[in-house]
Each structure stands twice: as C-alpha cells, then as structure tokens.
Design a protein around this ligand. Structure first.
Ligand code: ZN
Length: 121
C-alpha cells in the first residue's frame, strides 16, 4: 500500500473531527483512500456497523472558494470502490482493546484484510 500524503492525513483528520461531532457514539472512522486521491470515510459503531452515510473527501485542491471540485471517477463510481483503494485504515475514537479493533477492522475490510490501525491523529 502507498504512503499516505500529508494533505490526505490533514483531510482525514478534519473530516474525522466533523464526523465525530456528528456521531459521538462512534468507535472509529473507517477510511479508504482511492487511486484518484479522494478518501471515502464512514463512522462505525462498537459492533462494527456503519453509522450514517459515507463521506467523500476530495483529494484535489479547490481551484477557488466558489468552486466545488467534483471528481469524475468518484461521481461515476458510487459504490465502495474497493478495487480502487490504495490505502485503508481506521481512525480510532474510542479506546478499544486490540481484539475489539481487529473485530471491527475485519467487519469493515473483510477477514483477509490487513489489520491496519494507523494513528493519523
Ligand atoms: Zn475521486
């Protein structure tokens, strides 16, 4: 998997704070960084279930304040885009044990995925 760029870390961090203020009961925020640079994010409960909808964070800088950048790939591809994922992980909000984290990661990414819990914040 590719290294996460600094600007992506910052975008994920900011989006996590927004999501957490909206869903304070969330155990963590799952993210998928896609090949276009965008990041899909979703809160998960302590049971590993998604909370709320998916949030798409653009990986492109805004041309100016009045323009919203729309990524064509992501506009066409509204699914989970697993085949375009270049990095995935969880930002943990609640202090959970290792086994509990593994359980939630497996539920979000599938049992064969790497157990990633990179500390972004
Ligand atoms: Zn995109």
């Amino acid at each position: 998997m590719k290294e996460i760029q600094e600007y992506q870390k910052l975008a994920i961090k900011n989006a996590t704070l927004i999501l957490f203020s909206k869903y304070p009961e969330a155990a963590g925020v799952v993210y998928w960084i896609l090949d276009c640079g965008c990041t899909k994010m979703c809160c998960v409960s302590e049971k590993g279930d998604p909370i709320g909808g998916r949030l798409l964070v653009s990986g492109q800088p805004m041309p100016d304040q009045d323009t919203i950048f729309v990524c064509h790939k992501c506009m066409v591809d509204r699914g989970p885009a697993r085949e375009r994922t270049v990095h995935q992980g969880v930002v943990w909000i609640q202090p959970l044990g290792k086994e509990h984290r593994k359980f939630i990661s497996a539920k979000a990414f599938g049992p064969r995925s790497e157990a990633i819990g990179q500390a972004i914040i």
